[in-house]
Design a binder for this molecule. Structure first.
Ligand code: NAG
Ligand code: NAG
Ligand code: NAG
Ligand code: NAG
Length: 422
């Protein structure tokens, strides 16, 4: 089978249905191999795979040929379409925990097959912690900052995320009314939607978080994969889902600008090439189609309490949130930091967005998780609300109310003591 069918359709001027079908077959086959390994790893009581020293195979299970498996993996290495197809194929009977294990297994195999070697084309190394992360060598604002003197990006947002991660929360419903019993989770669960080159993901993982990272654009996925291979201590805390999120399982396209190439805009049900021309005309910046992507619902793959969700998907945030409705209703999602770009959303879109977050049970601030918070009456009545910046900081109402009633103190732990102890 020619590997070329797996190239992103951007090179062929649009989505090619012919390219997707074989990819799904290969992905399904890969899912079977990965499932088999996953099960075997569990039967052997291992927490992961001992690729170098496999345990004696079960009599009923023939050993997997690693060479062939690596070929299979190479064919499905980057495409979000194949990753989502893999999730479909495997997802039928899998719990969200098993799906996570499968996604991490995919990553482990990617590194063990050395698909990250040599460095990804068009990449550069930026310092991160005691090691390296991979970014774009040029044409990407985020990467330029990470390579620059500051070695940083969106410092204020990172600070807010880390503070939310170490904020004490109730462990049981009975704890709700007793803020004194709340604890900062030892390994807070963080969801990074629109992971881009992985800056929030690696920061959350390095601070002790367990991360679910969603990134639809294959070029970004390749960089994050390489970063995870270079940092096993981070990789063991991260599951990188190479798929976009929306309201349903569907396939769409992704565009990005030529100076901000990692920043993907999701386009569904429109001719992507025409949209790119219109965007270029309307914004004065040059946009290109980066390929087709798959979307799935967040609440299909995440089913546990979540400390923080960060969403930055260039105007597609509402769809991501709608696809997480079951999660909001059945689990505790304490903090949400989501971009709200009025230039993309329109005033009406912004109002709908605020109303939705309010109806899901969140206080909303345009400044920080500590507020000041928007007036709920203004949101529900659809009043024109000016936001000071591009981000919304949302705190679950029950959390803040219980805290305020008990003490009227600050919700977030300002110091680092709790974080260090965790
Ligand atoms: C695995 O497959 C490759 C390619 O077909 C073959 O050359 C190799 O001998 C196989 N290895 C084992 C252990 O069967
Ligand atoms: C991904 O797989 C394709 C097809 O096998 C290959 O041409 C490409 O180099 C691979 N990319 C990476 C980064 O491994
Ligand atoms: C970097 O730091 C982490 C966490 O302290 C540690 O687990 C890892 O081994 C270190 N890596 C290197 C290359 O020193
Ligand atoms: C599925 O998502 C696409 C893309 O957002 C949307 O156009 C479509 O209306 C959705 N379908 C349903 C049934 O919600």
């Amino acid at each position: 089978m020619s590997p070329h069918v797996f190239r992103t359709p951007a090179h062929h001027g649009g989505a090619s249905a012919r390219g997707i079908k074989p990819a799904i077959l290969v992905a399904a086959a890969l899912a079977v191999v990965l499932l088999f390994w996953h099960r075997q790893a569990r039967y052997e009581g291992g927490s992961g795979l001992a690729l170098s020293a496999p345990a004696a195979p079960q009599p009923a299970n023939p050993p997997v040929n690693l060479t062939l498996a690596h070929h299979l993996l190479a064919m499905t290495n980057l495409s979000a379409v194949t990753t989502a197809a893999l999730l479909d194929a495997a997802g039928a009977g899998l719990s969200s925990a098993d799906t996570r294990a499968l996604v991490q297994l995919h990553q482990t195999l990617y590194c063990s097959a050395r698909l990250n070697v040599p460095d990804p084309p068009g990449s550069a190394r930026a310092p991160f912690s005691n090691s390296t992360m991979f970014v774009y060598d040029k044409g990407d604002i985020v990467s330029d900052h990470l390579q620059g003197l500051a070695h940083s990006w969106e410092g204020q947002e990172i600070k807010e995320m880390l503070a939310a991660m170490r904020t004490p929360v109730p462990q049981t419903p009975a704890d709700m009314s007793r803020p004194k019993s709340w604890r900062a989770p030892a390994s807070p669960f963080v969801i990074d939607v629109g992971a881009n080159v992985g800056w929030f993901t690696v920061n959350a993982a390095a601070a002790g978080g367990i991360v679910a990272a969603f990134e639809a654009m294959s070029n970004n996925v390749r960089l994050v994969r390489a970063t995870l291979c270079a940092n096993p201590w981070i990789a063991e805390r991260v599951a990188l889902y190479g798929t976009g999120l929306g309201t349903n399982r569907t396939d769409c396209h992704i565009l990005s600008g030529t100076t901000n190439r990692g920043d993907g805009h999701t386009l569904c049900g429109q001719d992507p090439e025409q949209a790119a021309r219109e965007w270029t005309k309307n914004t004065g910046h040059s946009y290109e189609v980066r390929g087709s992507i798959s979307l799935m619902r967040m609440d299909k793959v995440i089913d546990n309490d979540v400390q923080v969700i960060k969403i930055d998907v260039e105007g597609y945030e509402m769809n991501v949130l709608r696809g997480a409705e079951e999660l909001f209703k059945t689990r505790n999602v304490w903090f949400i930091m989501a971009e709200c770009n009025v230039a993309i959303l329109s005033e009406e879109g912004k109002k709908e967005y605020l109303r939705f977050l309010d109806s899901m049970g969140y206080y909303i601030s345009g400044q920080s998780f500590e507020g000041p918070f928007l007036d709920v009456a203004d949101i529900t009545s659809g009043k024109d609300i000016k936001l000071p910046g591009m981000n919304l900081y949302c705190v679950k109402k029950t959390l803040r109310d219980a805290n305020t009633m008990a003490k009227g103190r600050r919700l977030l732990t300002s110091g680092s003591a709790a974080g260090k102890a965790a």
